[in-house]
Write a protein that binds this ligand. Sequence first.
Ligand code: GLC
Length: 742
Amino acid sequence: MDNRDASPGPDREGRETWHRAQELLARMTPAEKAGQLTQLFYFPQTAAKGEAAVRSGEAGALLFVADPAETNRLQRIAVEETRLGIPLLFGFDVIHGFRTIFPVPLAMAASWDPDIIKRAQSIAAKEARAVGIHWAFAPMVDIARDPRWGRMIEGAGEDPFLGSAVAAAHVRGFQGDDPADADRVISGPKHFAGYGAAMGGRDYDEANISDSELWNVYLPPFEAAVKAGCGNIMAAYMDLNGIPATGNRWLLSEVLRNTWDFQGFVVSDANSVRDLETHGFARNQEDAATRALWAGIDMEMVFMDPAYTTLPQSLGDGQISEGVLDTSVLRILETKINMGLFENPYVDESRSTEVLEASPHREVAREAAERSMVLLRNEGNVLPLDDAQLASIALIGPFADDPREIIGPWSFDFRNDETVTILDGIRHRAGNGIDVRYAPGIRRAHRVFPSMFDAFPGQEPDRQPDFDDDGEFRKAIDLATSSDVAVVVLGEWQNMIGEDASRASMTLPGRQTELLQAVVETGTPVVLLLMNGRPLDITWANDRVPAILDIWYPGSQGGHAVANILFGDVAPGGKLPFTWPRSMNQVPLISSHTRSHQPEKQGERYWDEPSTPLFPFGYGLSYSPFAYRNIRITPDTIHSGTTATVSVEVTNTGARTADDVAQMYIHQRFGSASRPIRELKGFQRVTLEAGERRTVTFTLGPDQLRYWNAAVRDWVIDEAEFDLWIGSDSTASLQTTFSTAR
Ligand code: GLC
């Protein structure tokens, strides 16, 4: 094994933490060093081994411990029973909340509101830290453009500009400004890098990505997270262009360290170091460990039998240098020192309950849910519902009163009795004047094979042995027939989306379409609510259901948020973070494609169905129309190194307060590469009162104009002419032009 040192990154000797870490390092044995580079899962069935590993110094970090008494008990073993008393680092998947569950990340991205994302994650951090968790394996910043890939739900969709802004907001929410802040956690953006481009959308499968797409699409959100100061990065499972991301020195050292100057530590994904042998990349576990470490994996996350326990032997055999090992150990020690864990290793157990049950957290969760929902259709202004005109509402569908489904995947410490279902929310908002009755209509559908999460406590899917299919279906139809409006909630069950949840189709699982068609057939006005984490095939509904609202998995307070939007207390202002295909046959389908031969026939690339999306990137309706006018760019020639200011007047021309997201897109007309027909380069969500007009401004400069060019294999800004549009989505028509010059 090549004995070159891993590049330790910039000289850190000026820091006090570095000196403290160096002093501790000098006292450590190779086995203790390997222990600090090992993070073990801590499940009930592995608790004894995990505890023994802590006591023997073979594990310096754990994950999946979420009880304050247990974190303190394990921490006490590390601090008081090991030779050097180095505190443990506790990590957990705090993806969209800990006890207060926020909308799933794709939904929060649909808010196009970095501020609400920051506020939500700062609460998630506070709740997680209150039980002794120091580190969130979040945000997932993988760009996703294939709805078959279930983990699309965990990210920010298809676009690198939106994805970068969202990534930075998550990081700042989790971390705040001070790593020692007792209410913050380390943010660990993942999965570095290119995981969302899995072949065929099949989770864990290889990703083959051109350099141009890597630098212009898949890497920017990670760079934004690094610039925002994330303390950790998690490597990805899959092969990137034939080299496993976990053993990919170009990715983990050349890009992350030497190009972006990342200062934190890198953790593998679960078992992905051991997997280097599975990939056929490493000869054996010793080889896997040394090559992962050398590539830049500082810490191995593993269920059991860490590969990193072989490192002391490899050191003795000269397979790795002391420098490579020490570089990674120092990063872990500095992280623990910077977090103040040596001074304050324990959590205040009496405080955790108070923090976890703080009602202001619920308010932010409701607000985040309201701001994430996307109104896709509202023919005849069926919405908002007028409670003065309604005597009865039929709430129909298997998701409408299920506290587990509404909070979506990657939720663990939830409480069903704290979760507001859609039925709860609508009944609460409707009051006694409206009769709100519920019928599931159909039983839940099931995957062909179980989800890896089905085995977790409280996650076992109900097989509904006593469900009366015909009776329940008939009951739902009768209810719709006898009601003033039918609110139908459809989508995917939460174990059908997320990790280990790739899917070959976009159809609504089970008998949902049949149920929807039968409800529409009754002639009662229908409002369709979608509970989803990726685009679904709703072409039938889009032609026949007048109102469609995408509520995503809106979290603990989702029921209140849904009701507030249905009754118009809040106007929907979310926008799609992805292009919504008509069917899987069109995938991949994005809005930022380049022009090609016969661009006027872009919608006719297939002879058997349109090649246009059902909804474009950035799309979303409101309860009030908005007008855009007076677009200006000053100066209209941008010289290298300078910036221009772009402004536009946005007016709420409707009769009520509402939100819109002003989106700025550019197109480079010519240059040293073909450039996308529309690239998002700025956005601002605005709340305007009826009739209110506001001037919104954007900056356009080198950061927005540069792109990585495959011809010169470097970043360039061409001298060229550009179109620029601003409007409510990626089809915006208000246009101006500008040029760039030396
Ligand atoms: C999983 C996921 C990763 C998660 C980790 C710990 O396999 O890929 O996103 O953070 O393991 O649960």
